[in-house]
Design a protein around this ligand. Sequence first.
Ligand code: ZN
Ligand code: ZN
Length: 321
Amino acid sequence: MTAAELARTPVAVNVFCAADFFRGLSLPERVDRALGANVRAADARCPCAEVHSFRLFEEPAVSLAEVPPSELAAATDALGRLDRLSIHGPLRNALISRKAAKRERLAREYRFAIEQAAHFGASCVVVHFSPWSARTEESRLAGVTLLRELGDFALARGVRLGVENGGCTASVRGGGQSLEDFVELIASLDHPAVGATVDTGHLVGWLTAEQQARPAAAELYNNLLAQLLKELHAYGKLFHVHLNDVDPQTFGDHYGPGFGLVDFRRAFEPLCRSGYDGLLAIEMHRGSCAETGSLTPAEFECAVRYAQSCWAEAERAGGKG
Ligand SMILES: [Zn+2]
Ligand SMILES: [Zn+2]
């Protein structure tokens, strides 16, 4: 396959999360670097904003109307050089906070992210929402109501929200108590603009320590991933995918695709077959955020090529034929 053909796969890269590869660069430079690595799509805004301190716009803008026109024009120009885009929303799980003011502050940030998605033509805004950690039933319900309202806001702007499995803190890796909980959450939200983002590395919390130690742990993990993708897709709720690998020794996530136990080709096959139209956005920083700084450009490009060729192979293996 030629590089141009590989670049046409839905593989994207999170230009703010592969911090080692993009560290210290401006937005246009980040886009250049992604294009230079043969990637034509990106996940923008920082999923680790609080950690890596890079934002699309300077604070304290909370709507596009507050962003200085020159800054907005520069961002529009830079992101416009990519074929496709998605936006990662804020990281905090505060939609279920007991404090109404905290919930509203986060909802406002999400509305800003949705506005950005509509403006830049991004297909999806990734949402971190874990109702299982709500302190009270009242705050859990308030969070669900707020998420549905954000869904209405997104729907009116042609944007979709993808709630991420395990997208909050390490303590809720997996996203709920089980795979069934997560699928049930997405189904019960029952909103046309609200679906799921599957992070391929965030299923680690769904395996017990005893299961992780088994020789067949990788197979178990890949079975779970296949089941998760299949069930969400059957509901028509698979909106977006985050690609990263899991280290088979430590079960740490966010390793580059190809550096761990995840069987990407197997995961991609049913998506190819059923015409998955979302992106596959690589989020890699070699293990935990604490380890960032060690990722080399060669490793980054190797992971990109690997993910692209897995998709191409999955297509050849029956996805399209
Ligand atoms: Zn996330
Ligand atoms: Zn993710």
